[in-house]
Design a protein around this ligand. Structure first.
Ligand SMILES: [Zn+2]
Length: 334
């Protein structure tokens, strides 16, 4: 069923879009807290114990999803939001240097490097596809390691930048429509992309088909059961309505991979580099949105200082229980 709410045509899913199971309402009256997409949305949770995904409801209709991205990014408002607050800048500088020292002491610099390369730096370079490659920053890193890279990026402007940066083939269609050669890639990576898909099962099925035997799929995504989600509830930045459509935890992500046929599934939390998530969530919690941060603004000194404590708490909690990580990464093999 399709209807129109404030110019974005939407589709309602009372039952889980992944498994068809019964669901409950988690959060209601959510609006875009980052850009300018119109509409009010809810998040629902699947009650099927084998599934447990969270999903946005209603979801933008397939051919309206683009409206949630650049169309609603009003450049004129950059001026309106642009503020330089010396106290915030000073606070951030002090906190950043302190966090840098703390992260070094906790051994998180190594971890940051590991995740920058999606844990593939020890693999023999082969053919790699990045789904959602943006401007090609990661693709270039892999190219420099000797990988033969290709990308998929629906934003034509970003795709052009990626092409210029890497000289690689960059597709602008969805992987489902590309009909890529089977058994082609040694690795496929998706960095914070899977949560943007309405039908992630179809995407993973296609990844499985185009990977070589023993090829690896690596993806990183927000964890709806992590500390940030539990701490901030409806103000958790990573809900990101209406662009995040389905959110996973360790269990639902494992299920997704198993359903597509993958095996040897490993899930790890990313502990380093969580400042942005806590700062944005804290700004949403105190001001209702964090749009100013995307228009040249800076967080309040209070949010910056609190985010340091949240990062330390996140470290402590994930040491005891890795399932508390804000971000989870999954490695799986064909
Ligand atoms: Zn479900």
């Amino acid at each position: 069923m399709s209807e129109n709410i404030n110019q974005i045509a939407v589709e309602n899913f009372e039952k889980c879009p992944l498994c068809g199971g019964e669901t409950i309402l988690l959060y209601s009256d959510l609006e875009d807290r980052v850009f300018e997409a119109n509409g009010k949305f809810t998040f629902r949770k699947c009650l099927n114990p084998d599934c447990t995904v969270w999903y946005l409801n209603p979801m933008p209709a397939d051919d309206e999803i683009y409206k949630c991205y650049k169309t609603y990014y009003t450049h004129d408002e950059q001026k309106k939001y642009k503020t330089i607050r010396p106290l915030s800048l000073l606070t951030r500088a002090i906190c950043k240097s302190n966090m840098s020292i703390i992260e070094k002491c906790l051994g998180l610099k190594k971890e940051l490097h590991f995740f920058r390369y999606m844990g593939l730096q020890q693999n023999n370079p082969g053919k790699l596809l990045e789904i959602g490659c943006g401007n090609g920053k990661k693709l270039l890193m892999f190219k420099e390691l000797g990988w033969d890279v290709e990308g998929i990026e629906p934003d034509k402007h970003a795709a052009e930048m990626a092409k210029n940066k890497t000289g690689a083939v960059i597709y602008t269609d969805s992987i489902e429509k590309l009909n890529l050669e089977a058994d082609k890639y040694d690795a496929i990576i998706m960095h914070h992309v899977v949560e943007h898909f309405k039908y992630p099962t179809r995407i993973l099925n296609e990844c499985f088909r185009v990977l070589k035997k023993k090829g690896t799929l690596v993806l990183g995504t927000p964890n709806c059961d992590g500390y940030g989600s539990k701490k901030f509830g409806a103000d958790w930045f990573a809900l990101e309505p209406p662009r995040h459509l389905i959110l996973f935890n360790n269990k639902s992500l494992t299920k997704l991979a198993l359903t597509a046929g993958f095996r040897e599934i490993i899930i790890k939390p990313k502990i380093s580099g969580q400042r942005w998530l806590f700062e944005t969530s804290e700004e949403i919690s105190s001001k209702g949105d964090c749009k100013h941060l995307y228009h040249g603004g800076i967080s309040s000194p209070k949010s910056i200082i609190k985010s340091v404590f949240y990062q330390l708490k996140h470290y402590q909690l994930t040491q005891a229980d890795p399932a508390m990580g804000n971000e989870i990464y999954m490695w799986c093999t064909k």
